[in-house]
Design a protein around this ligand. Sequence first.
Ligand SMILES: C[S@@+](CC[C@H](N)C(=O)[O-])C[C@H]1O[C@@H](n2cnc3c(N)ncnc32)[C@H](O)[C@@H]1O
Length: 313
Amino acid sequence: MSNHKYIYSFKYDIHNTHLCKLESRQLFNEEEQHKLLFSNSKVDPSISPFIKSRFEILSSSEDYSELLQKIKKANIHIDGFKAEYLVLEGDSTKYPERLKKLKDIGYCIEGDPDYTTPSIIYSVCNYKKTWYFGFLTKHNSDWFKHKKKPCSFSSAINMDIAKTLVSIASKGDKSIRLLDACCGVGTVMLEACISGFDIEGCDIHWRACKSARENLAHYNYTAHVYRSDVKDLDKKYDAAIIDLPYNLYTFSNNTITLNIIKSVTKLTTRLVIVSTSDIETLIKKAGLYVSDSCTVEKKGKKFARNIWICEKL
Ligand SMILES: C[S@@+](CC[C@H](N)C(=O)[O-])C[C@H]1O[C@@H](n2cnc3c(N)ncnc32)[C@H](O)[C@@H]1O
């Protein structure tokens, strides 16, 4: 039986395994295993592209009837609830049996259920012969609407990576200030805004800034975009994301890369750096310590993206 407060379930394709594990290390200080993680950390599942749901454990028992007794004893009176069965890795309970268990749970709760727009979801699941009852918070997939953002360009980062960059940089803390130092058309900013993070963007190129502002306005987000060389920005942030230029839209070389990294180091102490080339030596040259990293190879794409999590020494 687990003494943890939460059970997280994950969903990701094989090519995102390393990215999901990196995110898991940053958000929970440990890796998910077999798309499952028991943890005491409370994380909003919707900030991650990979977390499917968070199950908050209210009671548990190895004996199913004892679990039902415990739920009854809790005297839950609530209208507008829904009960869902959460199928976890290794649970072979068949569909009819799962339905029966949902009914059992429903009968333990006083109040009118609401199956279409519930205000609360209660859930039951089984893991390694233990039954758990709790609240279920599901991933909100509203962010998929960003697929249809009005402006894009060839250097724009994938939405799932963009979303992970925000969760990694913030470690899930929505009270901190973030900077997207080379924001391009604002892909990272959109993912920060939809999850309620405080973010600002900066780009040297007027067209990129115009597109980022247009994209943000399209979804009624109010985050600010500075049209500036990041070296001229005079602000402080808790963490910054740098999706470095890679010779497609703008020219880049080691000197330009090093200057961008050094400039951002003056604005924050925590940096999440993305590059298509191996620039770890440059990162260290900029006086940064790499605390974690991973490489994401995209299906059907010729290049991989490297992600480094860096702290100022
Ligand atoms: C790889 S793109 C970023 C793409 C962005 N993440 C997106 O999804 O749209 C790199 C961006 O860095 C910008 N850039 C290059 N040098 C810069 C500098 N010194 N200061 C600010 N932005 C810079 C480029 O104009 C380009 O838009």
